[in-house]
Design a protein around this ligand. Structure first.
Ligand code: SF4
Ligand code: SF4
Length: 91
């Protein structure tokens, strides 16, 4: 049977265990907002995020952990579906 690497992406509790406790999200001035209706669950944002702030949740969807997301925008740049938009922090 063909191996699907996306099945091997850990869901958030395991990812959180691997991450240091620093809340680097406090540095952010813009934040990524993920539109689940456009997301094709490809995992590209998860792969590119330098802070492991994108987490896989039950059912194979992805969410942003704002405690550690620094708002660099790499996920929005790399998303092939334009499902992530960077917005001002106070919006
Ligand atoms: S890169 Fe875009 S389409 Fe792919 S999982 Fe992330 S938000 Fe969804
Ligand atoms: S904005 Fe940067 S730190 Fe935040 S989820 Fe996207 S890639 Fe990760």
């Amino acid at each position: 049977m063909k191996r699907n690497v996306l099945d091997e992406i850990p869901e958030s509790p395991r990812a959180t265990k691997l991450r240091p406790p620093a809340r680097t999200g406090l540095w952010r001035s813009v934040k990524p907002v993920l539109d689940g209706s456009k997301c094709v669950r490809c995992g590209v944002c998860w792969m590119y995020c330098p802070d492991r702030a994108v987490e896989k949740v039950e059912g194979g969807a992805y969410k942003i952990n704002y405690d550690v997301c620094k708002g660099c925008g790499i996920c929005a740049e790399e998303c092939p579906s334009e499902a992530i938009e960077m917005v001002e922090e106070d919006q």
